[in-house]
Design a protein around this ligand. Sequence first.
Ligand SMILES: Nc1ncnc2c1ncn2[C@@H]1O[C@H](COP(=O)(O)OP(=O)(O)OP(=O)(O)O)[C@@H](O)[C@H]1O
Ligand SMILES: [Mg+2]
Length: 278
Amino acid sequence: MIETRQTARTIAITSGKGGVGKSCITVNLGCELGRTGKRVLIIDADLGLANLDILLNLRPKGTLHDVLHDKCKLADVLLDGPPGVTVLPAGSGIAEHTRLSGDLRLRLPEIVGGILPEFDYVLFDTGAGIAEVVLYATALAQEVLLVATPEPTSFADAYAMMKVMALQQGRERFGLVVNQVHKGQDGREIAHNLQQIADRFLPGQVAHRVGLEFVGEIPADSAMERSVRARTPVVLHEPESAAAGALRALARVVSMQPPRLRGLRVVPERASPIAAAT
Ligand SMILES: Nc1ncnc2c1ncn2[C@@H]1O[C@H](COP(=O)(O)OP(=O)(O)OP(=O)(O)O)[C@@H](O)[C@H]1O
Ligand SMILES: [Mg+2]
């Protein structure tokens, strides 16, 4: 976790299974927080298959990896997104970027730590699954929002992801966002079931510390698909849609700073893979 003396909240949006809606949720959450006057930095931390620039219709002038390799300065690659939102894009389609290189491990916390004071929220849109580079990106953030859909495979992978973060990073609190919920399904019940699985299957000494917080649910809504095609977040593209309403509610819940998700020991000092960056 990046240590910081100021108040920026750093939140990783992650998932076990791919394609569950992390990037859509990140950009819409960022938009909503920005709209309410917060200064938001969204980092494309899906380092192998970055695509936030597509969802926000931005033209990157460079990427995070260019900064890591000293090809350009951070200020040159930051992009203005929707009001209040700044975006740090990453590259896509370069296999090398999916490896947790020494450069990434050493320099990313330093680079991000340097600009934290300028923001109220830093959102990391990570890749999916338990690859080292994904876990590393989640370890940079104080808080984790796990995204899952009601499908059994997504549900199982969410548990697997939670288990690895709990065991490897000592992370104890997870927010859960259930996306693509159909009529008759209940996100809160899904969170409850996942918590029960964690209680039952995580090793005893870890299980009693790990807690899952239901943060919100977003309905399956074709407005979301249309907004992706229009390269405009759904809260801006179809603000009256059910998905947009749910995303606004999600942003409100996140901004209420539930103490159960804040200020927790995330990476034990000794095991921290990341040097303090302030
Ligand atoms: N609530 C929703 N209703 C309908 N479709 C949705 C919803 N959320 C996401 N989608 C669809 O799912 C697709 C994948 O979403 P997104 O790219 O955000 O997933 P992801 O988890 O970031 O994927 P990856 O793991 O590849 O990074 C989107 O293009 C969108 O069409
Ligand atoms: Mg994504």
